[in-house]
Write a protein that binds this ligand. Structure first.
Ligand SMILES: [Fe+2]
Ligand SMILES: [Fe+2]
Length: 199
């Protein structure tokens, strides 16, 4: 695993100015979340720095990397091909930055989530959503939930993303549905927060 300062320098050439600022924001958020919830700070920072490393690539370049690294796009990913950047970035992290498996796995699922996420998976998904340059509707409640309960924060992110996708008539990746179901089956609920605040 490379040192994070070297990674920071090397990703500069591969990301746009906006994406670089987002990536540094994501690194900062990932370190804060790792500290708060007891994860490995260096690994979380490493994953955050590399999570969007292939975001700039074209459809052809994404599909080339899929072929190269044996990634088989599902029907949704064939249409919403930008979703593939999580999986392709994970392979670049593995092969060009010697990232360990847990870092690669977190990068791979940062766009969709998935059932059975590890703490580092959850931290990267959430850091990507709440980092300081984000300013979309709904980011503030996610930041507040993330101060105390990572699972409720994640559920809020899934609900907000899914509602937005439905409103825009977009396809939904099965991993996101499974990620949300997984949390609810574990007893995670946003209703308790609402009920609690009414007392
Ligand atoms: Fe991304
Ligand atoms: Fe991102």
């Amino acid at each position: 695993m490379l040192c994070n300062e070297l990674v920071r320098q090397s990703i500069l050439a591969r990301l746009s100015g906006y994406r670089y600022r987002h990536t540094l924001g994501c690194e900062k958020a990932a370190i804060q979340l790792a500290r708060r919830f007891g994860a490995d700070e260096e690994k979380c920072a490493f994953a955050a720095l590399l999570h969007d490393i292939t975001k700039r690539l074209s459809r052809e370049e994404q599909l080339y990397l899929c072929e190269k690294y044996d990634i088989i796009p599902c029907d949704v990913e064939k249409v919403e091909w930008k979703m593939l950047h999580g999986k392709t970035a994970a392979e670049i992290a593995r092969h060009e930055y010697s990232a360990p498996d847990d870092v690669c796995n977190a990068i791979a699922c940062h766009t969709t989530g998935k059932a059975g996420m590890t703490l580092i998976d959850k931290i990267i998904y959430l850091a990507d959503y709440i980092e300081e340059t984000r300013d979309f509707d709904g980011v503030e409640p996610a930041r507040q939930l993330a101060k105390h309960d990572i699972d409720r924060a994640l559920l809020y992110c899934y609900d907000t993303s899914l509602t937005d996708l439905v409103a825009r008539g977009k396809l939904i990746h099965r991993d996101t549905v499974e990620a949300r179901n997984d949390l609810i089956l574990q007893g995670v609920s946003l209703l308790r927060a609402v009920e609690g605040s009414e007392k």
